[in-house]
Design a protein around this ligand. Structure first.
Ligand code: PMT
Length: 407
């Protein structure tokens, strides 16, 4: 089974002009199989070795090469650089490595490299003598010292007939290195105080029965784990769940929506960010029988009264906090999620269509749409709940940054 390690991760694949460019097809295919979204940027020379159509078909993304092709969204190199989470250049030619070491941006690929401030992985491939050339070696050392990552070429018989180092490293090795760069967890939320709710609530009818829902807590617990791994302090207000909480998290167990309301209120002043993944019951029985309700011949009518909307309350008194809500929907996902963000004062709503296979309640994966109060929506592919948790926290980090920039 292929693991979806890279599910939803955005990779820019740069392809420079060497005979190994044809191997970019295999690399792109492997990245896509592992769940990545891949945007290919080719140099003009690379197009002599492999057609853009091949890479476009594999990645289902238009391949770009030209700085000056007008794009709808804005400035091409800046737009692509902002989109990517990591950049992989395979093959990296002596020419491209030289330009990078000198800070030259004279085509789309080299300009994106200059505008890109996250991990860049270079996979050199060239003739042995070129690879051993002291200038090329110096350029590689310069780039390494600047924090660029490399997968060294392997030795063997090269297309030019020479033997020695210069063959592009095997695809598996390249992809494994990229995964470790992308999935090594950053400590970018160090010291941030995050309040998370998870699981269902139970609304008792009598001492033995309750109204509840199918939430397992997996989504909220994944957010808690990702947040702790990224250095945050986490309070997890959890409805009944069979899961073990991640180490390092303070857990406040609750049962009813009213108890969740109380626990959330107690920790709200403390927090910088609140993420509300819990499936809170909207109603509770108006009365609770003191003893077990007895079976009768007649119908039993239950009167339900509404619970308080905890998220909406937080939205009203959020101050500078970032508030992330969830929305479990069965239809009109985007429209309802945007409306929820607006009505409940959330900065972000993570909406899931709980009728979809692999999404919603009690599964390890989810399919989400990010919805914002300004009406924007971003659809994400199927991914592990932990991967989605990281995507949510990436967004939290950006929202905090935007808040700080706006004073
Ligand atoms: O726990 P899992 O098995 O992993 O399942 C995950 C999930 C499906 C529960 C999760 O992904 C999810 O969608 N959680 C929100 C479920 C929900 O209650 O959705 P809603 O559309 O009814 O509520 C919208 C938001 O308001 C939610 O953030 C909810 O926590 C909040 N709310 C709702 C009612 C209420 N009285 N108070 C609230 O704060």
């Amino acid at each position: 089974m292929v693991t979806l390690m890279l599910a939803g991760r955005r990779v820019i694949l740069g392809v420079a002009g060497g005979i190994a460019a044809y191997k970019a097809a295999e690399i792109a295919g492997t990245l896509v199989k592992r769940g990545a979204e891949v945007q290919v940027i080719m140099t003009r020379a690379a197009r002599e070795f492999i057609t853009p159509l091949t890479l476009q078909t594999i990645t289902r993304h238009e391949v770009a090469s030209d700085m000056f092709t007008p794009r709808s969204g804005g400035v091409a190199h800046i737009e692509v650089a902002r989109w990517g989470e990591a950049m992989l250049i395979a093959p990296a030619t002596a020419n491209l490595i030289g330009k990078m070491a000198a800070g030259i941006g004279d085509d789309l690929l080299s300009t994106i490299v200059l505008a890109f401030d996250r991990s860049v992985l270079l996979c050199p491939a060239m003739n042995t003598t070129m690879y051993r050339n002291p200038v090329v070696q110096r350029n590689i050392r310069t780039l390494s010292a600047l924090g660029y990552h490399f997968v060294e070429p392997c030795s063997g018989r090269l297309a030019c007939g020479e033997e020695g180092p210069g063959r592009l490293a095997p695809t598996d090795e390249i992809v494994a290195k990229l995964e470790s760069l992308l999935c090594g967890v950053p400590r970018d939320l160090a010291g941030v105080r995050i309040l998370i709710t998870a699981g269902p609530t139970r609304e008792p009818l009598d001492p033995v029965r309750y109204i509840s829902n199918r939430s397992s807590g997996k989504m909220g617990y994944a957010v808690a784990r990702a947040a702790v791994d990224r250095g945050a302090y986490v309070v997890l207000v959890s409805g009944p769940s069979a899961l073990s909480p991640p180490p390092g998290v303070k857990v406040v167990p609750v049962e009813t929506a009213e108890e969740m309301h109380l626990a959330v209120n107690q920790h709200f002043e403390w927090c910088d960010v609140a993420v509300k993944a819990a499936a809170v019951a909207d109603y509770r029985p108006q009365t609770q029988a003191g003893g077990k309700l007895k079976k009768r011949a007649a119908n039993l009518t239950l009167i339900l009264e509404p619970n308080r909307d905890i998220l909406a309350e937080l939205g009203r008194r959020k101050g500078r906090r970032i508030i992330v809500g969830f929305a479990a929907e069965t239809e009109q996902l985007e429209a309802r999620a945007v409306l929820k963000a607006q009505k409940k004062g959330a900065d972000l709503i993570v909406a899931n269509d709980v009728t979809k296979l692999g999404a919603g309640f009690d599964v390890d994966t989810n399919i989400a749409v990010f919805a914002y109060p300004d009406g924007r929506t971003v659809s994400l592919p199927l991914m592990e709940k932990l991967a989605l948790a990281h995507r949510i926290l990436d967004e939290v980090r950006e929202l905090r940054k935007a808040g700080a920039d706006n004073g």
